[in-house]
Design a protein around this ligand. Structure first.
Ligand SMILES: Nc1nc2c(ncn2[C@@H]2O[C@H](COP(=O)(O)OP(=O)(O)O)[C@@H](O)[C@H]2O)c(=O)[nH]1
Ligand SMILES: [Mg+2]
Length: 442
């Protein structure tokens, strides 16, 4: 795994979420601090790290988990999606015929990447040719030729004139589906280099101009990407030497910030050490989402049993406020159409006539809206709801007072049913057993 230390710090943080019994604001703050620290240690720009962690914090505190997702899982998803977003919009090379020109400064990994890309396209079943247009370093053509021999792909170019080398590639290897052009670097992006890149690009007419950048420069990769883009218009970036570079996070995020898509990362000197950068999968691996998923699921089993028992105890002890009733309604809603749920409760099916279940379902939806305009105090102690409060609640939900009365009547009926169950020991036991088996979810 590339970005080892960033990954292990983030994984530890994510495990904290998965293992938490519940997500409190304090926990969210702690997680966000952990994430910030991990990002800063991986050389991610301070402002970016702060922005990112702030967004994670406010979403984790404010957004409600969608139905069917637990709060813990939801927070994990938020971290994941924000980090994917920070990697920018993904782009991939088309898997067909094309001309690719590689540009970049000295020693960034252009020639190595030319070989790696050749191998990558080869593995997709495409014919590949390599052209060496780096005429500044005597050994450059020799290096490319060796890679070509290793891969068993034809090579063209060399000599002392970059434009002539590019032309030779076009004529000699023009029949091949994928043509990769390796070019010369310089110590800096000077006018000499810009002129040469432009002249060579004019001849090649490449479909892609990929900038090869060494990730060990860290955040400096950002301005470099921007400058190359300004000079020749790069269509994508290959970030090399991400293996073992503590500054990889800085390079990756800084380039992503320039809007230039990072398409591949180099993860070693060998020809197969090239990975397509798919933000979604990349971040999943960085956070250890695979392991996390099973951790979350296991936690789920434990929590559910705990929660069911707690609810059952509370109900049977006679505590049944609107809070419990809403929980019950939500649990019912998650189980599917009410008619089906009712069939599962002994004695209930025969009590329901015709489309009564459907009507009830609609009613419950309305009740939820009404409850949303109640205060926590009113939810916990419905007795407080007197005339003036009735009016306020109705107005807040865009309903009339009659509907709120209906809700309270329904609540009173449910409460009586619950307390009569409370007095019936046999019924209690059966209820508990059904809950334990997950057959009944009050
Ligand atoms: N560890 C590691 N080394 C790399 C990677 N890519 C290139 N290199 C090494 O970086 C050095 C310069 O690479 P080269 O392709 O010659 O760079 P160029 O001058 O841009 O053509 C060589 O020693 C390569 O083996 C990579 O992804 N990881
Ligand atoms: Mg080279």
């Amino acid at each position: 795994m590339v970005l080892d230390s960033l990954s292990s710090a983030l994984r530890a943080t994510m495990r904290k979420i998965a293992g938490a019994s519940h997500i409190s604001p304090e926990l969210v703050k702690e997680l966000v601090r952990d994430i910030q620290r991990a990002l800063l240690q991986a050389d991610v720009n301070v402002k970016l790290a702060l922005d990112l962690s702030k967004r994670i914090e406010s979403r984790a505190l404010e957004e409600k988990a969608p139905a069917g997702m637990t709060a813990r899982e939801h927070v994990v998803r938020i971290v994941h999606s924000e980090m994917v977003g920070a990697l920018g919009v993904p782009r991939e090379l088309k898997p067909g015929a094309q001309k690719i020109m590689l540009v970049g400064l000295y020693g960034q990994g252009k020639t190595t990447t030319a070989g790696k890309l050749a191998k990558w396209f080869q593995s997709k079943g495409l014919s590949v040719g390599l052209t060496g247009a780096d005429v500044h370093r005597p050994a450059a053509f020799e290096q490319l030729s060796q890679l070509a021999a290793q891969l068993n792909v034809p090579v063209a170019g060399g000599g002392s004139d970059a434009v002539a080398a590019a032309k030779a590639g076009l004529t000699e290897l023009g029949e091949l589906e994928v043509q990769i052009f390796d070019t010369a670097g310089r110590h800096a992006l000077d006018t000499d280099l810009i002129d040469e890149m432009k002249a060579v690009a004019k001849v090649i007419q490449p479909d892609e101009i990929l900038l090869v950048l060494d990730a060990t420069v860290g955040q400096q990769a950002g301005p470099q990407a921007a400058a190359f883009h300004e000079a020749v218009g790069v269509t994508g970036v290959v970030l090399t030497k991400l293996d073992g570079s503590a500054k990889g996070g800085g390079a990756l995020s800084a380039v992503a910030e320039t809007q230039a898509p990072v398409m591949f990362v180099g993860t070693g000197e060998m020809l197969d050490a090239l990975e397509r950068l798919e933000p979604d999968r990349f971040i999943s691996r960085l956070l250890g989402m695979g392991d996390l998923q099973s951790l979350l699921e296991r936690a789920e089993e434990v929590m559910d049993a705990d929660k069911a028992e707690e609810t059952a105890k509370r109900l049977l002890s006679g505590k049944f406020s609107l809070v419990e009733m809403r929980e019950q309604m939500e649990a019912l809603a998650q189980m599917g159409p009410l008619g089906k749920v009712m069939e599962m409760i002994p004695g209930m099916a025969s009590m329901m006539k015709g489309n009564q279940a459907e009507a009830t379902q609609e009613k419950l939806e309305r009740f939820k809206v009404l409850m949303n305009s109640m205060t926590q105090q009113e939810m916990e102690n419905p007795k407080l709801i007197k005339r003036s409060r009735l009016q306020r609640i109705a107005a807040g939900a865009g309903a009339d007072v009659q509907e709120v009365r209906e809700l309270l009547a329904y609540y009173n009926k449910s409460r009586k049913m619950m307390s009569s169950l409370g007095g019936n020991r046999r019924m209690q036991k059966q209820l508990m057993r059904q809950m334990e088996r997950g057959e009944l979810n009050l």
